[in-house]
Design a protein around this ligand. Sequence first.
Ligand code: NOJ
Ligand code: CA
Length: 570
Amino acid sequence: MSTMACDDRTDLDEQTSKDAPQSPGHPAWLKSAVFYEIYPQSFRDSNADGIGDLPGIIEKLDYIENLGCNALWINPCFDSPFKDAGYDVRDYRRVAPRYGTNEDLIELFRQAHGRGIHVLLDLVPGHTSEEHEWFVQSKRAERSAFSDRYIWTDSAFHGYSMPFIGGESERDATYILNFFKCQPALNYGFAKRDQPWQSAPDSQAAQGTQAAMIDIMRFWLARGCDGFRVDMANSLVKNDGDDKPETIRVWQHMLGTVKREYPQSAFVSEWGVPKQALAAGFDMDFYLDWRWDGTGNGYNLLARNVDDALDERHDHSYFSAVGGGSIRAFLDDYLPQYEASKDYGDFCFITCNHDSPRLAPRLTARERAIAYGMFLTMPGVPFLYYGDEIGMRYRSLPTVEGGYARTGSRTPMQWDDGDNLGFSEAPATVLYLPVDDADDAPTVADQLDDEHSTLTWVRRLLALRAEREALRASSSFAVTTAPDDGRVFAYRRCSPQGEELLVAMNPGIRAERVFASSDPAHDAENRASNEQKHIQAAATHDPLISLGSYSWDQDGLIMGPQSFAIFALR
Ligand code: NOJ
Ligand code: CA
């Protein structure tokens, strides 16, 4: 990888992206946002019924603020039969009684805002629960305003190239699913139509679905919510091909409408193709963990390049000290996506989420610390999954609420050595999921005052991120070192004001030089050596933050085994 300078990135705040005229501006608060994802079932149980709740989240807002996070994403907290942990919504306008009341959620917005914390809820626009009133109406044989709110074929014996269910309704038809059996797909129409029962995306039925979803967003935004993480955002219009033009158009309309009314609202998509998601009007898209038949995308290669989440022996993740290789494979996937999207919004790193295996215990504390060093200093808005800041472990557990393999990443937060590790005063037998019963299960209380703990490291990284403009979401990014045959990775982040930082890491077990470019196609030798001199001259001082060893010699920087450091260059 050749040495590159930081170039200026368009400042995105409060402005309309230049080549995406339909895309509204991004709220300014996102530039310095760091999100904390809360799975509400498992965060803090305030009333000893064994399940986390909204008053429990309110209780812990000081902790979240202290950690350095200034935004929340809360997984669905709406009324639901919970066959998919709440992603099967029965009533979008009602907080699930097990979490509290609508008033509790409004109080959470108020208390969060008092601490400068923004709150995103989770919007599930592609499907509802089969128990949603719209679907109950839609299933009836007689026509109603909801008959075409879902996708129905025209015969009970008629299948299609999508998962469908028959034999469950009075209607002489089958219905199309979006995910599990309990999640019928809402009707946003079909881009390509080859059946008479398929609506067009601009049909009255499809527009009715859009209008209903816009009203749900308005309902919560009017009550103080700051925006939404959007579930399966790319799934709306069916037969929409790889480029998703009609789904993009639907979002441009829905987000355009909502953002005109709530210009400070923010939207992050579960899409995984930032070029499309940002063109659709989202502010941010996730770099999701994707792995099919043993082949991972760039994000997967970094920290989950293994088939079994607990198998450290076969782990070839970049951050695995012994099993990992060059950073290049990640960059081959990441850089084109970053380049294509950087002027339109943010492509965001997560430490984990409720669908992915946690990094512990497969990766060691040091391996994870280096990974967090990268995740929390790359461009985009970072998302920290609850419990990752103390190294909570993925566990092999039987499925709960449709979690299957994901269940092991959804266990109760570990606060202290109290009942159920401080999660709940309920008897252990009634907990939503068992708490980690290992003698050395990490807790917040144990790590808070330990200067070598994962928690302290995350807090220091986030404090630095808050202090330094160059580490903000939209500050520019340029790869400095990424050898084919080595383990080091270094990059520069530059602010529009000229602050320049060098982030360097070596997850491997041998010391390695950072500026020795191994790229044979690297023809900018002179520029590289000039830059090298500049970096050396500038970086004579101590790093702003570091882990492990580093040293400078006349040829540049050497990063010791399993090390991470950030230097101020300007
Ligand atoms: C993605 C969500 O993150 C996941 O948890 C859920 O099961 C599916 N979408 C279906 O809504
Ligand atoms: Ca509770």
